[in-house]
Write a protein that binds this ligand. Structure first.
Ligand SMILES: [Zn+2]
Length: 257
């Protein structure tokens, strides 16, 4: 299967599993670009750009006069199987932000970041997007074993074991320590939720030697196991975000204000 077919299949599956995305799918535009931050600022009519040209993707919520939802994807991913992760990740954010704006901001996207539920929502959405992105990538790779995707699957396993696994555990521990020292608490917390999303997606891999969850539990102390449990129990429709915020404070034993 060529990458385009993987994308098509994955996106139709995501739409059919999400009432929200299915409702707005005719207004979702996928666009490749060189400089995502620049394109995003054009679409949002703002001057805010980022120096980070390496961003893989971003979703852009519609302007009042536009009405289209954009999924911007880095040009470099065009022939890369990891594009599946990026697309699923951004669609997951789009779903969350859409639901959040309808539920708490009367559909006005500009009010999202000033809502009191914003912070836990921001963490929750990143955790969920990471998990959804990786799950979608793995599902696609698993879907029909033939030579091409077995190769991709082997590359993925190598990546997990030889590069990403140890690095992620190390980075996770560093982020935890920094939070303990009150260093850049918000950005470290954001990273932690991203790592938790990836760890969680690994636990869904039912390959004999992958025991990511057990390994993670061994290196983390009990408070952080609670954090994993906390993330696993999140659900955008039923989660009490104020309570979640309190729980995050409690589990990390830090003040975010
Ligand atoms: Zn994200």
């Amino acid at each position: 299967m060529i990458i385009k077919e993987y994308i098509h299949k994955m996106v139709s599956e995501i739409y059919s599993n999400s009432i929200t995305l299915n409702d707005i799918k005719d207004r979702i535009i996928f666009e490749f670009c060189d400089d995502i931050a620049l394109r995003k600022s054009e679409l949002q009519n703002s001057n805010v750009t980022s120096d980070d040209r390496k961003i893989d993707g971003s979703m852009v919520i519609p302007l009042p006069f536009n009405g289209f939802y954009y999924i911007l994807i880095n040009q470099n991913l065009k022939n890369d199987i990891n594009i599946l992760e990026t697309i699923a990740h951004e669609l997951s954010h789009l779903e969350d932000y859409y639901i959040f704006s309808q539920k708490y901001c009367s559909g006005d996207y500009s009010l999202i970041t000033s809502n009191e539920r914003w912070l836990p929502f921001y963490f929750y959405s990143e955790y969920k997007a990471k998990k959804s992105g990786y799950n979608a990538l793995y599902n696609a790779l698993y879907s029909k074993p033939h030579n091409e995707n077995i190769k991709a699957y082997e590359i993925m396993l190598d990546e997990i074991y030889e590069n990403r696994y140890n690095d992620l555990i190390k980075n996770f521990e560093i982020a935890v320590k920094r939070i303990g020292n009150n260093e850049n608490v918000l950005s470290n917390l954001y990273d932690i939720f991203r790592y938790l999303g990836i760890f969680e997606s690994w636990t869904n891999l039912s390959v004999g030697k992958i025991k990511a969850y057990e390994a993670i539990c061994k290196v983390l102390n009990v408070e952080f196991i609670s954090l994993i449990d906390l993330s696993n129990n999140m659900n955008s429709d039923i989660v009490d975000l104020i309570l979640l915020k309190k729980q995050i404070y409690q589990v990390l034993n830090v003040s975010l204000e």
